[in-house]
Write a protein that binds this ligand. Structure first.
Ligand code: NAD
Ligand code: UDP
Length: 319
């Protein structure tokens, strides 16, 4: 990495939910940012407020295809991938390609530029976990040939590939294992439970609970996640680090919380549980606490209130 004041970061998937928040954060930290995205699940509206920033650049490109970025690069953050179960079930081949070929291409870019590489991995690498909560040392319980395997195995391959570049080429690698994160700029109908329940509450539709609603998740607000990722990027840690909020609840409890916050009177309807839907999930964040001095700060009610406001704004704009 160069020893200059203004660093330059390439962020793939920067037009998506998390990527757009990361673009914003790195610009605020004084970096120049090049966002590379093919807009398959992201949208330019997420970046509208950055487009006039002279330090921001957007390149429309599918990172599963080889690409070059002219000039110096200090950081490559690989966030491109369909991320909601509905998206990756609709885009299975693209998901496998961006996790494998896209990871290879972005690692190649980082190596060519002597840049530090940060991979967006996921709690899905632990599959339907048999250890609870999940520490980074857990190898997981993934069905490679089930429908979710396209995402889980692509991310597991991506982690293996990043570590191979680290060990064989000496590339500086950071791997963040992201647990369910929510906030403004999620698509109202991307199928993930947070936007689904909020949108349904705001439009008076029933809340679609999958299974009996006793499966658990632990939800992290996007600002907390971005802080953890930024600290990891700056750290010396090359092993994976979980970033997520350990506050765990059942999906049924989560539905009740969304109804309470929105004041909606929607009923709960029950639908079949998707194949291989993990029954429990909670991050063990000991490593993030010890190495990064990080832990989440935003309470669920506060993060959800901001997310509800965002979705209300979208509904008002479309009315
Ligand atoms: P998102 O769908 O909002 O963003 C993904 C972005 O990647 C989109 O802008 C999309 O257009 C882009 N993209 C996809 N394939 C591409 C390709 N081949 N070339 C270029 N761009 C491509 O999803 P998100 O929630 O922001 O997730 C971002 C990353 O974080 C993903 O890698 C995902 O696996 C990871 N992650 C997210 C969560 C979460 O809770 N949000 C949890 C675990 C991991
Ligand atoms: N879920 C649900 N109703 C929905 C969407 C999701 O009950 O409309 C459940 C889903 O089955 C899972 C949990 O909510 O158990 C979280 O799903 P999400 O798609 O947000 O993320 P996942 O953690 O499964 O990747």
């Amino acid at each position: 990495m160069r020893d200059t004041i203004m660093r330059r970061a390439v962020i793939t998937g920067g037009a998506g939910f998390l990527g757009s928040h990361l673009c914003e954060r790195l610009l605020a930290e004084g970096c120049r940012v090049v966002c590379v995205d093919n807009l398959i699940t992201g949208k330019l509206a997420n970046l509208a407020h950055l487009r006039d920033n002279e330090h921001f650049e957007f390149i429309e490109h599918d990172v599963s295809q080889p690409f070059e970025v002219a000039g110096e690069v200090d950081y490559v953050l690989h966030f491109a991938s369909p991320a909601s179960p509905i998206d990756y079930l609709e885009l299975p081949i693209q998901t496998l390609k961006v996790g494998s070929l896209g990871t290879h291409n972005t690692l190649g870019l980082a190596r060519a530029k002597s840049a530090r590489y940060l991979l967006a991995s996921t709690s899905e690498v632990y599959g339907d976990p048999l250890i609870h909560p999940q520490p980074e040392s857990y190898w997981g319980n993934v069905n490679p040939v089930g429908p979710r395997g396209v995402y889980d195995e692509a991310k597991r391959f991506a982690e293996a590939m990043a570590m191979a570049y680290h060990r064989y080429h000496g590339l500086e690698v950071r791997i963040v294992c992201i647990f369910n994160t929510y906030g403004p700029r999620m698509r109202p109908r991307d199928g993930r439970v947070v936007p689904a329940f909020i949108q349904q509450s705001l439009t008076g539709e029933p809340l679609t609970v999958f299974g009996d609603g006793n499966q658990t998740r632990s939800f992290c607000y996007v600002d907390d996640l971005v802080e953890g990722i930024y600290r990891l990027l700056k750290s010396d840690e090359s092993d994976p680090v979980n970033i997520g909020n350990p506050y765990e609840m059942t999906i049924r409890e989560f539905a009740e919380e969304v109804l309470r916050l929105t004041g909606a009177k929607s009923e709960l309807t029950f639908h079949p549980l998707p194949v291989d839907d993990p029954k429990t999930r909670q991050p063990d964040i000991t490593r993030a606490r010890e190495i990064l001095g990080w832990e989440p700060k935003v309470a669920l009610a506060d993060g959800l209130a901001k997310t509800v406001d965002y979705f209300k704004g979208l509904l008002a704009a479309s009315a």
